[in-house]
Design a protein around this ligand. Structure first.
Ligand code: 13P
Ligand code: SF4
Length: 311
């Protein structure tokens, strides 16, 4: 099928006609962001998922996000355009590694949302990049197991002062954020000396150290509102740059061109059209795992709610 012949608006029309709400992650290509009812980071998507009224959801992102939405909406039909859109970091932590870490440390296990359902089911609490620091701070424990992202674990350690033990350790990272090198960023900075550097906490510590702001994708969207600068270097997946340009017209956002999540980019206008037209591919999760994962996700919501009430 010729991509150019499919009008993104047509996807919206069919989705509406068939009763689908379209939810997209910030890293989707701009044409798909434009047709979505909700675009956001992992936390926003999880929060919205608990309030959705339609019986059907078309989700544009990667598998762990779609599964999380299914866990929070067990009765609803969730479809995705591409079943193989996965997150390699999510599968980098095994049951055995978690069991081994739990045996060696008497500490709660905090699962980053970029993880499998099996991992979440073994967790005491789930967190996202937007609330990882808050969630770990709110736990009474001074030592926590944290996985699978070692860079986020190191950021949480730095911010909370707690003993945050990364599992699986060195092999837990995002290929998009971990491979970026400091010199690449400093070169962009040389070309745009007035630009502030915004980075996702999945980047290595060396890049965090040079950044003016560290936060989740949606926190990055908020940051320019509090800044009097007009130029920003965006150290996260390239899809976020389009989102920022749309949210802050008149300001300049510079991408790190190498930062492309090929998994997020497996969703296209063409396969999204086919998904909604044929109402495929449906997400299914094991009831047993979903129940356990839900407990850890609800603990995250409870901790955040208790902190909000106390404020
Ligand atoms: P956010 O929750 O910040 O959107 O991050 C998700 C992700 O996959 C980062 O690589
Ligand atoms: Fe996973 Fe990295 Fe892609 Fe995010 S950007 S979905 S962490 S591979």
């Amino acid at each position: 099928m010729n991509e150019a012949l499919i009008i993104p608006k047509e996807i919206r029309r069919i989705a509406k006609e068939k009763g689908y709400m379209i939810i997209a992650h910030n890293y989707q290509v701009s044409e798909l962001q434009e047709i979505a009812d909700i675009v956001g980071d992992s936390l926003q998507l999880a929060v919205h998922a608990t309030k959705i009224k339609t019986e059907k959801i078309l989700f544009l992102g990667v598998d762990f996000m779609a599964e999380m939405i299914k866990v929070l909406n067990a009765e609803k039909k969730i479809i995705v355009p591409e079943r193989s859109a996965s997150c390699p970091m999510a599968v980098s932590l095994s049951r055995d590694e978690i069991a081994e870490a739990k045996k060696n440390h008497e500490a709660p296990f905090v699962a980053y949302v970029n993880s499998t359902l099996e991992t979440k089911a073994m967790a005491d609490v789930v967190c996202t990049s937007a609330n990882a620091v808050e969630v770990v701070s709110l736990l009474d424990d001074t030592t926590v197991l944290f996985g699978p992202d070692k860079n986020l674990a190191s950021y949480v350690r730095e911010k909370t002062g707690k003993n945050v033990i990364p599992i699986p350790g060195e092999s837990g990272y995002c290929y998009v954020h971990d491979r970026v090198c400091l010199d690449e960023i400093l070169r962009i900075k040389e070309q745009h000396p007035n630009a502030l550097i915004m980075a996702h906490p999945e980047v290595p510590e060396s890049i965090r150290g040079e950044s003016d702001f560290v936060g989740s994708t949606s926190q990055m969207e908020e940051f320019p509102k509090r800044s009097n600068r007009d130029e920003f270097i965006v150290v996260t997946e390239i899809g976020m740059v389009e989102r920022l340009k749309k949210a802050h017209p008149g300001r300049k956002f510079f991408a790190v061109e190498s930062m492309i999540c090929t998994d997020m980019k497996l969703n296209t206008v063409q396969n999204t059209f086919c998904a909604v037209s044929e109402e495929r591919w449906e997400i299914a999760v094991s009831e047993e795992l979903a129940k356990e994962a839900r407990r850890a996700i609800d603990r995250m919501f409870d901790l955040m709610e208790s902190a909000r009430v106390e404020k």
